[in-house]
Design a protein around this ligand. Sequence first.
Ligand SMILES: [Zn+2]
Length: 75
Amino acid sequence: MNFMVKCCECNRVRLENNWLPEYEAVKSNKTIFSHSYCPDCLRKIMAQLEAWSPAPEREAEALPAALDLHQAVGG
Ligand SMILES: [Zn+2]
């Protein structure tokens, strides 16, 4: 039984340090796959995540308002 890592984006399979098409990497039909990202797809996903995350300046605006509220409750 083989255990291999497959990229869930491009379906390439890791063989040692190379990412190969499944038909090249898999010699046995008893292979178990763990799904992950290859380095190429990981870079793409990380770039998308950065684009989705809230703008840093919005967090900086929200923080002083929260501190003011805390002081009002305490005093
Ligand atoms: Zn990939």
